[in-house]
Design a protein around this ligand. Structure first.
Ligand code: TAP
Length: 475
């Protein structure tokens, strides 16, 4: 049982001013696996004051100092590897292999990338008629979701440190313990007091408080569209900058020369990885009409290669959903899908033999119309939709017929067509034939998928203000 009744404020673990706590549930056992204190506005205010006090020195720290802090964080993070993997399996329900290969590595990747990006980053540029200075934006408030407990927190913290922006972090209360470990790692990295603060608690108190706090200059949020909207409205009161990484309903376009097995594996891994709780997951699969039968057959054949079950058991690919609420939401979408389309595999209820835990049946619908609810709304679970097309331009048009634009995937062989599709999908990140992730590739969405970019050098830019100086002395 984990317990964290303190917040990390001004370089110290500090008692909460409130006495309320929040239970953290292990989604595989449905048991309480830990407790955190539910922070108050007073706790948040203390953290903001500490960050504000750190700003003058932290924002003027040198590139070399920031690189040293980031290197120490990398060392500390690596030293806590086993514990991070263990805790993410408990709080999120991620299978041990997923906690290691995806969650642990993504968190680490952002810190390493920040070091690399910062090494080449220029905070001042002579542009002929003026000099451009890039300066820390001020105090940043970071609000993160539960689906990637290290990735979402690390990309924001790494960029903020690289930019010299002191932060106040509010991690998701469903998965707070990976962030607590990260705070312990940062504590040992020797950052100036107040440069990093963590206040645990609910979105309605701490998240809301961050959005409206007059001494926070920038809010970086990842999560649902509805909360993103609330944050923008709150932030408008103090005219603060807001970056939003919201949801998606990403297309996978399968070309007619694609290998059917590659296409089916891609479609499955997009909904089975992290139990489909991935904002960029490809959940609308566009396949040529001529491939429909063979593709569906492959999906049914390959589904058992992604076993669902106890995340602590060897060989399990997919764990439970994060919470009972999330399970209910996914069930209601499956019920809708049963009315709107043809069920190829899965359905409502729990998979056989998995009564305890928020497990959902991997569910794939076929004969789906792109304007149906299951093809338009983000489900955030192991649910996919197959949509057929007669010609590629129709597929592209349908792929873009969504309010979202976070990501897109293309599978096939013809280089010209692959490039054509990649440049035609209106989304912030396109992955061709399952290419490897580059941590310097900007991440963020077009349309209602968000505002701004994270990761690598573009991520650092978010935490900077731009100043043009005219008449800068040259010596
Ligand atoms: P959200 O409610 O958006 O939660 C994300 C973060 O925002 C959490 O830290 C949450 O705090 C906080 N928050 C909640 N209300 C807030 C407010 N009024 N002001 C500021 N911050 C606030 O997501 P959820 O309810 O956990 O998931 C709901 C749906 O959102 C999912 O089904 C999925 O569709 C989507 N989602 C998307 C993403 C990504 S990466 N785009 C990630 C997670 C979920 P607490 O939860 O601690 O109270």
């Amino acid at each position: 049982m984990r317990n964290q009744q303190k917040h990390y404020i001004n370089g110290e673990w500090t008692e909460s001013t409130g006495s309320e706590t929040i239970d953290v549930i292990n989604p595989a056992t449905e048991e309480v696996m830990g407790k955190i204190s539910s922070g108050t506005e007073e706790d948040l205010d203390k953290a903001v004051k500490a960050a504000r006090a750190a700003f003058p020195t932290f924002s003027r720290s040198t590139k070399e100092e920031r690189i040293q802090w980031l290197e120490k964080i990398v060392q500390g993070y690596e030293a806590r590897k086993e514990e991070l993997i263990d805790v993410m399996t408990d709080e999120l329900g991620a299978p041990l292999s997923v906690s290691e290969e995806i969650h642990y590595h993504m968190g680490l990747g952002h810190f390493k990338q920040a070091i690399e990006s910062l090494s080449d980053f220029s905070f001042s540029e002579d542009r002929g008629g003026h000099t451009l200075l890039k300066e820390s934006i001020g105090v940043s408030g970071l609000i993160t979701p539960w689906n990637f407990p290290t990735n979402q927190v690390s990309t924001k913290i790494a960029s903020a440190i690289a930019a010299g922006s002191p932060v106040v972090l509010k991690p998701a209360s469903k998965t707070p313990f990976a962030a607590v470990i990260l705070a312990e790692v940062i504590d040992e990295a020797g950052l100036p007091k107040g440069a990093f603060n963590l206040v645990n608690g609910s979105g309605s108190v701490i998240g809301n408080g961050i959005s409206s706090h007059p001494d926070i200059d920038f809010v970086s949020f990842t999560g649902s569209g509805s909360v993103g909207e609330t944050i923008m409205k709150k932030a408008a009161e103090t005219k603060k900058k807001v970056a939003l990484e919201l949801g998606g309903k990403s297309p996978i376009i399968v070309l007619d020369d694609a290998d059917v097995e590659d296409a089916a594996k891609t479609a499955l891994s997009n909904i089975m990885t992290n139990t489909g709780q991935v904002c960029s997951a490809g959940t609308r699969v566009f396949i040529p009409q001529s491939m429909k039968e063979s593709f569906e057959k492959k999906i049914v054949e390959l589904l058992p290669t992604f076993p669902v079950g106890d995340p602590r058991k060897e060989g399990i690919a997919t764990g439970p959903l994060v919470s009972e609420d999330q399970w209910d939401t996914v069930q209601s979408y499956i019920e809708k899908g049963e009315k709107e389309a043809t069920l190829l595999v899965g359905g409502t209820g729990k998979p056989e033999g998995l009564k305890t835990g928020y497990y959902a049946k991997p569910t794939i619908f076929t004969d789906v119309s792109n304007d149906s609810v299951i093809a338009q709304e983000e489900i955030f679970g192991p649910v996919s939709t197959i949509i057929t097309y007669e010609n590629l331009e129709d597929a592209i048009e349908m792929a873009n017929d969504t309010v979202y634009g976070l990501a897109g995937f293309v599978i096939g062989k013809d280089s010209e067509l692959l490039s054509h599709v990649a440049s035609s999908i209106k989304a912030g990140r396109i992955v061709i034939n399952n290419a490897e992730t580059d941590f310097n590739g900007p991440f963020g969405g077009y349309k209602q998928s968000g505002i701004g970019r994270e990761w690598g050098d573009f991520g650092i830019e978010e935490y900077l203000e731009i100043k043009s100086v005219h008449g800068m002395p040259t010596s």
